[in-house]
Structure formats: structure tokens, C-alpha cells
Design a protein around this ligand. Sequence first.
Ligand SMILES: Cc1ncc(COP(=O)(O)O)c(C=O)c1O
Length: 214
Amino acid sequence: MPGFVQLPYGDHDALKAAIGPTTAAIIIEPVQGEGGARALPDGCLRGLRQLCDETGILLILDEIQCGLGRTGKLFAYEWAGIVPDIMTVAKALGGGFPVGACLATAEAASGMSVGSHGSTYGGNPLAMAVGLAAMEELNSPELLAHVNQVSGYFRQQFAGLQERFPDVVLDVRGRGMLIGLKLGTPNRDFMQLARDQHLLIAGGGDNCVRLLPP
Ligand SMILES: Cc1ncc(COP(=O)(O)O)c(C=O)c1O
């Protein structure tokens, strides 16, 4: 993306060095999806918040994949006890219906005017009604408790698999229902074998497969 500087994951020195007088914001996924289901440690997310506050730049979180209940909290940033300035959400927001949203605090949004973030279908009544209905379902304590219970079971079972097949399952990562298995065998082969067993799983960076039960 033009205007963005991409930095190595977890390189704090590179991050600090990259922030200059023209830097507007840091954007990051609290739990990486395509990047290989890597959960940013809570301390790192708090560190990013602090860095943004100190340098007067915005913290933008992409919660399109990890947000809306998938990690066991409504938003993944809640685990770290911080709040972003801007956040993107989509996917589960529509429960299957195509809708996405860019949310901002009043202060961050003060830099935008009407039409500066518009689109033909933006804010259309059907998508908004679906989004509101989905939010009501997703934001229930019962649903989040269920996510935590089921994902705990998943993790336990995958830890068992890792123990039994340490050459195949090298690492179990992610958070909640955003689960990644780092493999010792090519992930594409593993995905095909799973598909042959009628199990659909996604790939990811760092030779991972991702399981994202809805
Ligand atoms: C983390 C993340 N951000 C952004 C996107 C793009 O989302 P959209 O197609 O809603 O723009 C995706 C899609 O997979 C994603 O996983």
C-alpha cells in the first residue's frame, strides 16, 4: 500500500526508528490472520498504545478477522485493556451478509469530513439492519463464554496432537477460535488431505493452517 512502511514482526527498534514527523498512525492486527495466526502479546499491544500516545500518532487496529467475538472477547484489543483510535471490522459483522465498518473515536474522526470515507453502498439500510442484528447476537455474555469454553477444548486437543505428532504440528497459536497450527510438513498438502476428509481449513503465512470456526 502506498504511504505505508511495513516492519518486521516484533522488531521494537525498527518500529521506533520508523516513526518520524510525517508518521500518522500504526496499523496492526491484534491477532494476525493471513500472517499465520500470530497473537500479539498483550504487553506489546499496550506498548504500541503507549508509543502512539507519546508520539501523538493514531493506533489503528484491523479486527476484521480477530474481532467480533472470535477471540472470546467482543474485540481482541480488550484482552490488553487498551482502546484503539480507529478500528476496522467486517466478516462476522454481517453474519454472512457483506458489510464492513471503519470505526473511530470522535477525536480521530475529527480529521474526516462528510464524503471523505464514502462509498456507493456505505451505510445502506439493509446492511446496517443486518449488522445491528448480528452485533446483538455476538455481544452476548453467553456467546462469548461459549467461545472461550469451546476454544479451550480445541487448544487442549491440539496440544495433545502436538505431543503425539511433534514433527507435524510444531506450534499451536492464535487466540480463541482463531487457531493456527504451524506445521513441519507443507501446509498446502495438509489442507488437501483435510479437504479429502471433508474438512475445510485455511492456509496462512509461516507454513500455518488456520482454523476459524464461525
Ligand atoms: C485482517 C483482515 N483485514 C482486512 C481484510 C479485508 O477485508 P474486506 O474484504 O472486508 O475489506 C481481511 C480479509 O480477509 C482480513 O482478514
